[in-house]
Design a protein around this ligand. Structure first.
Ligand SMILES: C[C@@H](O)[C@H](N)C(=O)O
Ligand SMILES: C[C@@H](O)[C@H](N)C(=O)O
Lengths: 165, 165
């Protein structure tokens, strides 16, 4: 497979905040993120899957350092939007693979999933764009996950913290 | 905000398949996507949020035309992975905004959410990368959603189906 995937990236020290049971109605997710934006909290991954019985969970990641203020804001905003509980976790790592060839090749995501499966690393969250696949894993598996994705895509080892957009 | 967001894109005629209650253990999502990859099904968005009580939902999108075969494969693979129900929907549209400036500006996602909120358009799924935010909406709101994001980010109208990576 000629360089379909051209690089990998790792972001350590990530925290994840999940707001459960947000009402699946227009404007609700804006009600949550408006307050984070006004407080200039830098949010990285945002994930929402489809609602179940009219309620949806929304998760987002921030740097570990920003967790206390992000959590306070998210808890307040969740209450104002009539959401359920707000849960969080820290010491997570985002592992990504990038490559413009993904658009025209099937199975790239599965090769990444297979590499992590073989390494017995659990995938906590997944987001994708046409040229990038990101997963959230426990930070203790970050180096192993990077090694696994470098191997499956024949990538030369890049400095772990080099970010690809 | 000098051109933080430089463009928007629309992909119509999307279908969404959701596999509910996948066991949150290493290798399970590979078990689902391996079969789709082997059948050369072109998958676009993949979204997984964190598990609840050890079970996670995974959704992915395909072109409407590919739904029958993708659904058959996903239903078989879900059963082999011990998942719960498989649900789906068609006639959806993916609306995205792109811009390398997002990495250094807070609040871009919320401006998109605010634009859709003001247009009373419900967001069904969200996925992000550092330079792109994508949401899944009902296709009947596709044109309105594109108009709303063009307005809020001062974008000149681009041909709706022009894809940005
Ligand atoms: C759940 C949340 O995304 C809701 N559907 C909204 O549009 O705001
Ligand atoms: C749910 C699924 O993603 C599982 N955590 C896995 O790693 O395969």
């Amino acid at each position: 497979m000629g360089a379909v995937v051209t690089g990998a990236a790792l972001a350590r020290e990530q925290s994840r905040i999940t707001v459960r049971d947000l009402p699946d109605k227009p404007g609700v997710v804006h009600g949550l993120f408006r307050e984070l934006a006004e407080a200039h909290v830098v949010v990285d991954m945002i994930v929402q899957n489809v609602a179940t019985e009219g309620l949806a969970d929304v998760s987002f990641t921030v740097d570990d350092d920003d967790l206390p203020s992000a959590l306070e804001i998210a808890t307040r905003a969740a209450r104002s939007q009539g959401a359920g509980e707000v849960i969080h976790a820290s010491d997570l790592a985002k592992v990504s693979v990038v490559g413009s060839g993904m658009k025209t090749h099937t199975g790239v995501a599965d090769r990444m999933f297979a590499a992590l499966a073989d390494a017995r690393i659990n995938i906590q969250m997944i987001t994708t764009s046409e040229i990038k696949i990101s997963v959230l894993v426990d930070q203790q598996f970050a180096a192993e996950a990077m090694k696994a994705v470098h191997a499956v895509f024949d990538l030369h080892v890049v400095p772990a913290d080099l970010r690809f957009s």
